[in-house]
Design a protein around this ligand. Structure first.
Ligand code: F6R
Length: 602
């Protein structure tokens, strides 16, 4: 949460470079944005110039600010303080010579604020972040004995400030007296990028792609001093130097662009057929390795948040249906009670697009403390989860920028299906199923099918509630479909096990209640149809998603059968329905209100 981008180098257009960087990070938070620059022109009273505003960044490529070669900026997802211009980052100290941007929550900010106010500091925002600027100011006074000592004094002041912060935080601080950015991380992600005559900091490696592919992912309690000439890393507590662990990013800058699509979400939906074919044809070596390890473990637990938790749930069905292995799964924010009973020789499989979801990282951290082996499926290679895992598999979805997960969910599911098949030495059968799923996906995303989905979205756009039902894997599809519809179109949608309708939800069905039914031709087909009939008999308006039309369907979206992998095209149809419902209702599918991608706070 919150996008961070910082630049220092030869170019004098640092504010505009930062603005562009922020635009690539807007999916991390879009309540407000801001840029700060140390102006190039020396004035007698040199202060940091800040431009910040509530709302989205907009289309401008250049920010109207003084020239400078040191600037940083922030896109906000509000935690402390309302969404106002004043609460947007960067925040300044009293002298306006120190600026800070921050991702996380300073848990002891009230105590610090009271202390600082007592020392005469004046606060202008309601944020926890502002205490950081004033605290650095206070320490800088203490450490700046001689003016020529300014640079080391500044980093020492940031270090002392960081040590006082409680909670999980990433901070970057700049100062008019030192030509550098000083940053530190505990919990929230931060990446340093190595350029030529210029260097960078960002919250997300994808933002660095137009500039450099050489990066260092900061570990917890690492500090970094980024100047034009270099990047120096050290331990925030001991001060000991840390060797940069340079890593090469594999994504390209073009992959982070929208291309011909109006929204990232649509682009990402359309990438899925190709990604499925790729996964089906690449070497399954890593899936086989993980399958072997999971097979050995007496108990396997799967965990994720949001859409990734739905992938974990679906995987538990794959593992029992395909590999005969009972797998326990759960959502990360509700996993604590399971942690205490996982045996030492158990295995924890963590699923995540970003590899930075705080609820998930907390589970993994606690599991590691118990010496439980961690396996992960991650999209962002090098992310915190990636580095914490004993074995990891890159799901290979490429940059995903729509806040609603689409291709990262589908690629996770595809790999989990292969792992389940690999557990019974039948990985080839898994690959065949993925090829079927890719073919079916191509059909459901074709022009003709898209038109049918668009027409349905038009009909449903004013609905307030949608019920989505399915049995077995289709129940997992129902849950994920409901999440997609809710989060971007703001229509209340609920995924329900088809067999559970009669245990409560049927009471809500009246004439015209819309019910989406996933009815693939599997062992549950007949009972699903019977459940759909229960809805229909009470006035329900039935939308069938199946490979065959049935009389009880009032609307029908065809999905060619792909065996056990039919869950894949089924969910893709729901992604498209969610997308077109959102367009019909006039909302932005890439940036749903109140949400942000990569949830790095608890
Ligand atoms: C919903 C969505 C979220 C994420 C969740 C976990 O469309 O994207 O529910 O799935 O925040 O994120 P990752 O997978 O990055 O751990």
């Amino acid at each position: 949460m919150c996008g961070i981008f910082g630049y220092i180098g030869d170019k004098k257009t640092a504010p505009s470079i930062v603005l562009k960087g922020l635009k690539t990070l807007e999916y991390r938070g879009y309540d407000s944005w801001g840029v700060a620059v140390v102006p190039e022109k020396k004035t007698t009273e040199k202060v940091i110039v800040v431009k910040k505003k509530a709302g989205k960044i907009g289309n401008a490529d250049v920010v109207d600010m003084p020239e400078g070669s040191l600037a940083f900026g922030h896109t906000r997802w509000a935690t402390h303080g309302g969404v106002t211009d004043k609460n947007a980052h960067p925040h300044l100290d009293c002298t306006k010579t120190i600026a800070v941007i921050h991702n996380g929550i300073v848990e002891n900010y009230e105590k610090l604020k009271t202390k600082l106010e007592g020392l005469g500091h004046r606060f202008v925002s309601e944020t926890d972040t502002e205490v950081i600027a004033h605290l650095v100011e206070e320490y800088l006074k203490k450490y700046s004995v001689l003016p020529r000592d300014a640079a080391p004094a500044f980093s020492k002041a940031v270090q002392a400030t960081f040590q006082e912060l409680e909670g999980l935080n990433a901070i970057i601080v700049i100062n008019t007296a030192a030509e550098e950015m000083v940053a530190a991380r505990n919990g929230s992600p931060l990446v340093a990028g190595f350029g030529h005559g210029e260097n960078y900091l960002a919250s997300d490696p994808a933002a660095l792609l137009p500039h450099t592919k050489q990066v260092h992912f900061l570990e917890d309690d690492e500090m970094v001093i980024v100047s034009k000439g270099g990047i120096h890393i050290f331990n925030a507590h001991t001060g000991q130097r840390v060797r940069p662990r340079k890593q090469l990013l594999t994504w390209t800058a073009e992959e982070t662009e929208k291309g011909k699509f109006p929204y990232f979400m649509l682009k990402e939906i359309h990438e899925q057929a190709g990604l499925l074919s790729e996964i089906a044809s690449e070497s399954p070596e890593q899936s086989i390795l993980i399958a072997r390890e999971l097979k050995k473990a007496p108990r396997v637990y799967m965990v994720g948040a949001g859409t990734s938790a739905h992938a974990a749930r679906a995987a538990s069905y794959f593992f029992s249906l395909i590999a005969g292995k009972l797998v326990n799964y759960g959502v990360a924010s509700e996993f604590d009670h399971r942690l205490s009973v996982i045996p030492k020789d158990g295995a924890l499989m963590a699923l995540s697009q970003s590899g930075e979801t705080m609820d998930l990282l907390e589970v993994v951290k606690k599991a590691k403390e118990k010496n439980i082996k961690i396996f992960s499926l991650v999209n962002v290679v090098g992310s915190t989860l990636w580095r914490m895992s004993d074995e990891h598999l890159a799901i290979g979805a490429g940059p995903e920028k729509g806040v609603a997960s689409t291709k990262s969910f589908i690629t996770k599911i595809a790999h989990l299906l292969l792992i389940a098949y690999a557990m019974t030495d039948k990985v080839k059968e898994g690959q065949k199923n993925l090829i079927k799923a890719a073919k079916s996906t191509k059909i459901v995303t074709s022009k003709a099918h898209t038109h049918a989905i668009m027409a349905l979205a038009k009909k449903l756009k004013d609905e307030q509630h949608l019920y989505i039902i399915g049995h077995g894997l289709s129940y997992c599809a129902a849950l994920e479909s409901a999440l997609k519809i809710k989060e971007i179109s703001y229509i209340h949608a609920e995924g329900i096990p088809a067999g559970e309708l009669k245990h409560g939800t049927l009471a809500l069905v009246t004439k015209g209640t819309v019910c989406v039914v996933f009815a693939p031709r599997d062992e549950h087909y007949q009972s699903t149809m019977a459940n759909a009939m229960e809805m229909k008999a009470r006035g329900g308006y039935i939308i069938g998603i199946s490979d065959k039309n049935e009389e009880i369907f009032d609307e029908f979206l065809q999905v060619p059968d792909a065996g056990i992998a039919t869950i894949i095209p089924n969910i893709i149809v729901a992604q498209m329905l969610a997308y077109y419902l959102t367009i019909e209702r006039g909302f932005d599918p890439d940036m749903p209100r109140n949400l942000a991608k990569s949830v790095t706070v608890k």
